[in-house]
Design a protein around this ligand. Structure first.
Ligand code: MEV
Length: 438
């Protein structure tokens, strides 16, 4: 059946909820209750959330947890994480403690350059366009002076604008490729506003340029938009220790562990099927902190995976070296993050996260996020190359299974006690639950 609604966005929230629940649900009252249960009782807080997007019906919760005991460049942090996957926070905390006892995470900012492009068509030669571009280049800066004034006061602004000839790929296609420093803001609005002004300047200047023919004057702007591919907005996180210190128990030999761990990383370096899952584990840590600090995780995801493919083959973001009995494990990731602007001054939990992290600069946040990603990757690889992933994963997931089956507090305790020592799987947990219910 087709359900078409006209002017939905103009309806009140109550009308929207009524239309949705009566149109799509057999038990519309129960459906309505679900939506209403997730609304905040504080009206002003709810209004804030309502206004983040269009057509808000309710709120969608994710657990907000913390991973304590991170030591990054000698400073200790408790890192906020918003994520639904059972084992992620536990794994991050465990890795943080492990590396905290071995010198902690060392992080460095490699660069903080952001990118934006004006894509346009020009009906003339690249040489003629290049002469024109070089003549009018200062105009791009002067025409955006009002937009860049405040950013420049904070030490940022437009770094450079270059003309790129892409006509070998698409006929008449050129770009203005601009680089920016947006300091503590993620900078999307700043960059896009600058780019749209560049496009106007380009159009106007071309119209007035005496050496152009009529066709050449009619520059066609296709679009002006920042790029989420930011390979020069890069951070590195590293941990290292003597191999002998790697093993926590006598069961696993430290040298064997180091070698197996390094092989696991090399597999992710050369095998894309493994690299995607390996990097997904890194993103478990990265996304959770990016979300908890109100940053754009889609932008980060898109940019990180493009970076992982930069050689032409999708590969691991992290690497290992074993030299003179020293085990070093590191990653480099592009992260365009902000600690001012966007949601950072609006969402109460984001403000909470920022205070918890000691009000970091964007550069400091990049380093915290990278450390969380490396911690997560270390925890996953350690499990994978020793006990297998299911042991830790199912230990955390067991509560979800019990809740799915409406287990009582007593039933939960009995199941948890029983599975302390035995293999956990969904069906084994359900079978055991049924057994104790009989
Ligand atoms: C699960 O969310 C993440 C892992 O699959 C990562 C990995 O395999 O490295 C455990």
């Amino acid at each position: 059946m087709q359900h078409y609604v006209k002017g939905f966005s103009k309806l009140s929230k109550e009308e929207k909820i009524n239309w949705i629940t009566t149109t799509y649900f057999t038990n519309s009252e129960a459906a309505k209750d679900i939506l209403l249960n997730y609304l905040n009782s504080d009206d002003s807080l709810q209004k804030l959330h309502d206004e983040f997007i269009e057509n808000t019906l309710t709120n969608f919760y994710l657990p907000y947890g913390v991973a304590p005991n991170f030591t990054i460049n000698g400073k200790s942090y408790t890192i906020p994480m918003a994520i639904e996957e059972s084992s992620v926070v536990a794994a991050a905390s465990k890795a943080a403690k492990f590396w905290g006892e071995r010198g902690g995470f060392k992080t460095t900012i490699i660069n903080t350059e952001k990118i934006g492009q004006v894509h346009f068509l020009f009906q003339g030669t690249a040489e003629k366009l290049s002469t024109f571009f070089n003549q009018i280049k200062p105009k791009f800066f002067s025409d955006t002076a009002d937009i860049t004034k405040n950013m420049e006061k904070r030490g940022g602004g437009i770094l450079n604008i270059v003309l790129k000839d892409k006509t070998h790929e698409i006929g008449n296609y050129f770009q203005l490729h601009a680089t920016f420093n947006t300091k503590d803001s993620m900078g999307a609005n700043f960059i896009n506003t600058c780019l749209e002004q560049f496009a106007k300047t380009l159009e106007q200047q071309a119209l007035e340029y005496a050496d152009f023919t009529e066709d050449e004057r009619a520059v066609q702007i296709v679009m002006s938009i920042l790029s989420n591919y930011v390979p020069n907005c890069l951070v590195r996180a590293e941990v290292s220790c003597p191999i002998a210190k790697l093993s926590e128990s006598e069961v696993i030999d430290a040298h064997e562990f180091a070698q197996k761990f390094a092989t696991a990383v090399r597999i992710a370096e050369i095998e894309p099927y493994r690299a995607v899952t390996h990097n997904k584990g890194i993103m478990n840590g990265i996304d959770a902190v990016v979300l908890a600090t109100g940053n754009d995780f889609r932008a980060v995801e898109a940019g990180v995976h493009a970076f992982a493919s930069r050689s032409g083959r999708y590969s691991s973001l992290s690497h290992v070296s074993i030299q003179d009995d020293i085990f070093t494990f590191w990653l480099e990731v592009p992260l365009a993050l902000g600690t001012v602007g966007g949601l950072t001054s609006l969402h109460p939990l984001v403000k909470f996260s920022m205070e918890l992290l000691g009000k970091p600069s964007a550069e400091e946040l990049m380093q915290i996020v990278a450390a969380a990603g490396l911690a997560q990757n270390f925890a996953a690889l350690r499990s994978l190359t020793t006990t297998g992933i299911q042991q830790g994963h199912m230990k955390m997931h067991i509560m979800n299974i019990l809740n799915q089956h409406q287990a009582t507090k007593e039933e939960k305790q009995k199941v948890l006690d029983y599975f302390k020592e035995t293999t956990i799987s969904h069906s084994l947990v359900v079978d055991y639950l049924e057994k104790i219910r009989k």
